[in-house]
Design a protein around this ligand. Structure first.
Ligand SMILES: C[S@@+](CC[C@H](N)C(=O)[O-])C[C@H]1O[C@@H](n2cnc3c(N)ncnc32)[C@H](O)[C@@H]1O
Length: 302
């Protein structure tokens, strides 16, 4: 079967490299010669080259450009070009086509992965003071999922709160992100001196080990944590969850895609389960989620 048959329609006019044939040029863009074509959503903000190139890169990571707000993508293109050390976004694709290991670098630079320990301190205070104790009081083994976990600071923050309550060993903790290298760093649990900021001073020696240059999460924190890379929009994690944190990811999504995400997360919560969002996010369209504290929503029990 033709290689093109596997490609999403919008990429079929791009000639991809065939390593077995030793093609010298990874691919040629023909969009400029193709004459006017109808604009897709987002193309007002991105040039044709940008849309095609970023679309191709995201597609390689299992993501779809149509899910993201174009202005966010646009802002990250210079960083992506710098990270791959080339001159244009088209060069990024050409280079990543020749050196697939650079795909991760390009995707990481395109996505916004800003995170920190105990980000939005008041939310973690509520989690530690009331939400987690309530979950633990049920006597069950709480399942906790950080969706869009970046390099893991969010989930390690929850893990420390659970450890303080002596409950970490009886909890299931999962972190997922679309960036494979962020997941690799989360799994390693290593942070720079700058990256570790936010962890209270007296908790640092309790939960992290230093080699003088950086910090690594203590094995007692890491043991039992699971990390997976994937697109949360098309790979719901199996089973029902007691607590889902999905913070500061939906702000980068198109409203309809964010709506799909809320519906999916709503279904992934057990009745009575809790969803934690970023400060600027609301689960629009999710009819069974009620606000119980700033950024915190509970699914109806029935
Ligand atoms: C700004 S960071 C937020 C990290 C953390 N949740 C926090 O609030 O500190 C957003 C994260 O979402 C991830 N992300 C974006 N789209 C995603 C998708 N479709 N599936 C999984 N992760 C995604 C990005 O790679 C990035 O690590």
């Amino acid at each position: 079967m033709s290689k093109l048959a596997f490609m999403p329609f919008q990429y079929r006019h791009i000639t991809f490299p065939d390593a077995t044939r030793g093609d010298r040029l990874p691919f040629n863009f023909t969009t400029q010669d193709a004459g006017p074509k109808p604009k897709r959503e987002g193309e007002e903000d991105l040039s044709g080259d940008e849309y095609e190139s970023v679309g191709w890169l995201l597609d390689k990571a299992g993501l779809s450009i149509s899910d993201y707000r174009p202005e966010t993508i646009k802002r990250r293109i210079p960083a992506c070009i710098r990270a791959v050390r080339v001159a244009t976004i088209r060069d990024v694709c050409t280079t990543a086509g020749r050196h697939p290991e650079l795909l991760r670098t390009a995707i990481s630079a395109l996505m916004i992965g800003v995170s920190s320990f105990f980000r939005d301190a008041s939310v973690f205070e509520t989690l530690g003071r009331s939400i987690l104790p309530q979950l633990l009081a049920d006597g069950s083994w709480p399942r906790i999922w950080s969706a869009g976990c970046s390099e893991g600071a969010e989930l390690y923050s929850v893990a420390m709160l659970l450890a303080e309550q002596g409950a970490l060993p009886r909890c299931e903790l999962l972190g997922t992100d679309c960036r494979a290298d962020a997941i690799a760093r989360a799994r390693a649990g290593t942070y720079t001196v700058e990256g570790i900021k936010g962890v209270p001073d007296n908790w640092l020696p309790r939960y992290f080990i230093t080699d003088g240059r950086g910090w690594r999460a203590h094995p007692s924190l890491r043991t039992g944590m699971q990390w997976r890379s994937g697109n949360v929009l098309n790979t719901p994690e199996p089973g029902l969850w007691d607590l889902i944190l999905c913070r500061n990811m939906a702000i980068y999504l198109h409203a309809p895609t964010a709506g799909r995400l809320w519906a999916q997360l709503e279904q992934s919560l057990r009745p009575g389960g809790v969803l934690v969002l970023g400060k600027a996010e609301r689960p629009h369209g999710a009819t069974t989620l009620r606000p119980i504290a700033p950024c915190i929503f509970r699914r109806d029990r029935s």
